[in-house]
Design a protein around this ligand. Structure first.
Ligand SMILES: [Fe+2]
Length: 179
């Protein structure tokens, strides 16, 4: 291929973004206390890392090198993902992952095949990448949903505890007043 492929920028952007995601997801997997969450986050982190390398490899095969791009949000995402004080649910919320999607609505990947000049090998890679990303989205959504349900059911227990404490304090107060 002599002419510079028009989709080179897309391949470069994917390689960079996936590499960043692998790093912050690995940091999250290392800090979570839950094995079930860890299994999901680690799976997606590995996929991201492999995507980053696969797209860098494809660029190389086409005769080009990945141009590193610094994402200004990268440090912030890393701080959230590696936090030991945020819950897993809070991490989902703050990273904007696992958010509900409208069924059948176009997503960020829908337009990636709009370029009709994409060669067969790159097209194959892109197709696998898109299918895996969408599956990762489903994994994230189901994990976030479980954590959200748990947080919602844990909240009344916490309020019951608070009510018990308030009751005990009131009893002490009444005893004091009566003495
Ligand atoms: Fe990704």
């Amino acid at each position: 291929m002599n002419e510079k492929p028009s989709y080179l920028g897309l391949l470069n952007a994917i390689s960079n973004a996936e590499g960043d995601a692998q790093q912050y997801l690995a940091a999250w997997a290392a800090t979570t206390q839950r094995e079930d969450v860890k299994a999901i986050i680690s799976t997606v982190a590995l996929r991201e890392g492999e995507h980053s390398l696969a797209f860098a490899k494809r660029m190389c095969e086409l005769g080009y090198e990945v141009q590193p791009r610094e994402d200004p949000k990268c440090a912030q995402r890393m701080a959230i993902a590696s936090s030991c004080t945020l819950s897993d649910f809070e991490k989902f919320e703050q990273l904007g992952l696992g958010e509900p999607v409208a069924e059948g609505a176009p997503d960020v990947f829908t337009s990636m095949f709009a370029d009709t000049t994409i060669d067969i090998q790159t097209g194959g890679l892109l197709g696998r990448y898109i299918a895996e990303e969408r599956d990762s989205g489903r994994l994230f959504r189901s994990c976030r949903e479980v954590l959200e349900c748990e947080a919602a059911t844990a909240a009344p227990a916490a309020s019951a505890e608070r009510l018990d404490r308030i009751e005990a304090l009131l009893e002490q107060l009444v005893t004091k007043l009566g003495s």
